[in-house]
Write a protein that binds this ligand. Structure first.
Ligand code: HEC
Ligand code: HEC
Length: 383
C-alpha cells in the first residue's frame, strides 16, 4: 500500500517535472493542449438520422472543428474578455439558453432568445437566426462578435486578440495550412465545431428506428401518434418516420423518406411561420416583426424560424422571445390554435386535445433528448 502510494507520488512528481518547462511563463505546452482538446474523428451516423456528417457534400474538417471548439468557448473573442459564444449557447442546455432573452457583454440584454444549433449541419435551408437574416453559419458567427449587446467587440479587435495568443498559431496552421489569424478562419473553425454537434440516439429514435419497445413510455407513444396525427405538429416540425403505419407500402415510405431526407431529421422544416407569439392585441402589432424585417414581405410579418425539437426539454423557456415558460405552456399555445392575429399561419388551428393528450405530447417531446453533441469547455486554452 505504502509502496503504491510512494510510486504514485513519484509518478506525479515526475509528471510535474516533465511538464514544468512548458509552464514557464504560464503557457501550457503543445502536448497538454493536445490532450485537453484532441482532434476528434467525425461521429458515426446517429440512430435517428438518415446520414452521417461524413456523407455531407462539405463535411466539417476535424482540425478546424477542434480549433473551433477552443474559439467557441474562448472569452477573449469579446471586447472585455468576459463573454464567449457559450455564454449564451450553453453547452448543458443543448447549446441553447435558459434565459428568455440573451444576456451579453456588461449585462446588456438582447430582444431574442439564443436558439440551439444542434443538428444544424443537416439543415436543408441555410438561413440562420430566428428571422433567417444570415445565410451561412460562417456569416452567422461574425455577427455576435461585433454586436454591442453580445460580445461587444469589433471584428478587428477580436482578430487581433486571437492573433496575439501565440499558443493558437500551431493550431491555425494545422487547420488552415498557415498560422495567419483572420476573421474568415475564426468563423470557419467555429462553424465546423457547430456542425459536429449532432444529437441522435434518443429514446424516441431507439423505439422508432430500432424497435426497442421499452425505450419510451406508453404515454410518449401516444404523444408520437398525436404529433404526427391529430395534432399535426409535423406540418412544420417535420421528421422522417420510416416505420409510420400510414405508409401503405415500402415504396411509398421510401418516396416520403426521400422528401424528408432533404430536410433532415430534426423536427423542423427550417422555414418561417407565424404562430402568433409576440402579438400585441391592443396595439395590433408585433413586438418583433421577425422574418418580415428581412424580406419586407407582409406575409412574413411575425414569422419566425421553426426551431428543431431535439433536446428541447433542456432549454426552457420557449419561443423566440422566451415567453412560454414550459413545454406544457407550449402545448397549450397550440391547443388554442396559436395566438390569433391577421398574419397567423394557415396551418394553425385550434386542436381538440384532452388534458391527457396534452400531457402525452409533452412526454413525447421529452423522449427527444439525445446524445452525441454534449460537450464541456476544454480544460486548457492556448496562451
Ligand atoms: C449575448 C448572447 C449571445 C452570444 C454571446 C452569442 N450568441 Fe448566438 N445567438 C444569440 C441570440 C439571441 C440568437 C438569435 C438572434 C436572432 O435570431 O436574431 C443567436 C443565434 C445564433 C445562431 C443561429 C441559430 C439558428 O437556429 O438560427 C447561431 C448558429 C449562433 N447564434 C452561434 C453563435 C456563435 C458561433 C457565437 C460566438 C461567436 C454566438 N452565437 C454568440 C445569442 C448569443
Ligand atoms: C405552422 C407551423 C407550426 C406548427 C403546426 C407547430 N409548430 Fe411548433 N413552432 C413553430 C414555430 C415557427 C416556432 C417558433 C415560434 C416563435 O418563436 O415565435 C415553434 C416553436 C415550438 C416549440 C418551442 C421550441 C423552442 O426552442 O423554443 C415547441 C416545443 C414546439 N413548437 C412544439 C410544437 C408542437 C408540440 C406542435 C403540435 C401541437 C407544434 N409545435 C406545431 C411552428 C409550428
Amino acid at each position: 500500500m505504502t509502496v503504491l502510494v510512494r510510486i504514485a507520488c513519484t509518478l506525479t512528481l515526475l509528471a510535474c517535472l516533465a511538464c514544468s518547462p512548458a509552464h514557464a511563463g504560464g503557457s501550457p505546452g503543445q502536448a497538454e493542449l493536445e490532450a485537453a482538446n484532441p482532434v476528434r474523428a467525425l461521429p458515426a451516423q446517429a440512430v435517428g438520422h438518415d446520414q452521417a456528417l461524413g456523407d455531407l457534400p462539405a463535411p466539417p474538417d476535424p482540425q478546424r472543428a477542434r480549433l473551433g471548439r477552443w474559439l467557441f468557448f474562448d472569452t477573449r473573442l469579446s471586447a472585455d474578455g468576459t463573454v464567449s459564444c457559450a455564454t449564451c449557447h450553453r453547452a448543458n442546455a443543448a447549446f441553447g439558453d435558459t434565459a428568455p432573452v440573451a444576456r451579453g457583454i456588461r449585462g446588456r440584454t438582447g430582444r431574442r432568445k439564443a436558439p440551439s444549433f444542434i443538428n444544424v449541419a443537416f439543415a436543408f435551408f441555410a438561413e440562420q437566426f430566428w428571422d433567417g437574416r444570415a445565410v451561412t453559419l460562417e456569416e452567422q458567427a461574425r455577427a455576435p462578435i461585433a454586436n454591442d449587446r453580445e460580445m461587444g467587440g469589433s471584428h478587428d479587435v477580436a482578430v487581433r486578440a486571437i492573433a496575439a495568443v501565440a499558443g493558437y498559431a500551431p493550431f491555425f496552421r494545422r487547420a488552415f495550412g498557415t498560422p495567419v489569424v483572420t476573421l474568415e478562419r475564426i468563423t470557419a473553425a467555429i462553424a465546423d465545431y457547430e456542425r459536429t454537434r449532432i444529437s441522435g440516439n434518443s429514446p424516441w429514435d431507439r423505439w422508432r428506428r430500432q424497435g426497442e419497445v421499452r425505450a419510451v413510455s406508453e404515454e410518449a407513444k401516444l404523444g408520437d401518434r398525436l404529433f404526427f396525427g391529430k395534432a399535426r405538429c409535423d406540418r412544420c416540425h417535420v421528421a422522417t418516420v420510416l416505420t409510420d403505419p400510414k405508409f401503405a407500402s415500402l415504396r411509398a415510405a421510401r418516396a416520403q423518406a426521400n422528401r424528408f431526407q432533404l430536410v433532415g431529421n430534426s423536427f423542423t422544416d427550417w422555414r418561417f411561420h407565424n404562430t402568433g407569439i409576440g402579438w400585441d392585441a391592443r396595439a395590433k402589432r408585433f413586438a418583433d416583426a421577425g422574418r418580415f424585417e428581412v424580406t419586407k414581405d407582409p406575409a412574413h410579418m411575425g414569422a419566425f424560424k421553426t426551431p428543431g425539437l431535439r433536446d428541447v426539454a433542456l432549454h426552457p423557456p420557449y419561443m423566440h422571445d422566451g415567453s412560454l415558460p414550459t413545454l406544457e405552456a407550449v402545448v397549450e399555445h397550440y391547443r388554442q390554435g396559436g395566438i390569433d392575429n391577421p398574419y397567423l399561419d394557415s396551418q394553425m388551428e385550434p386542436l381538440e386535445l384532452t388534458d391527457a393528450e396534452a400531457r402525452a405530447l409533452v412526454a413525447f417531446l421529452k423522449a427527444l433528448n439525445g446524445e452525441g453533441y454534449q460537450d464541456t469547455p476544454p480544460a486548457l486554452f492556448p496562451r
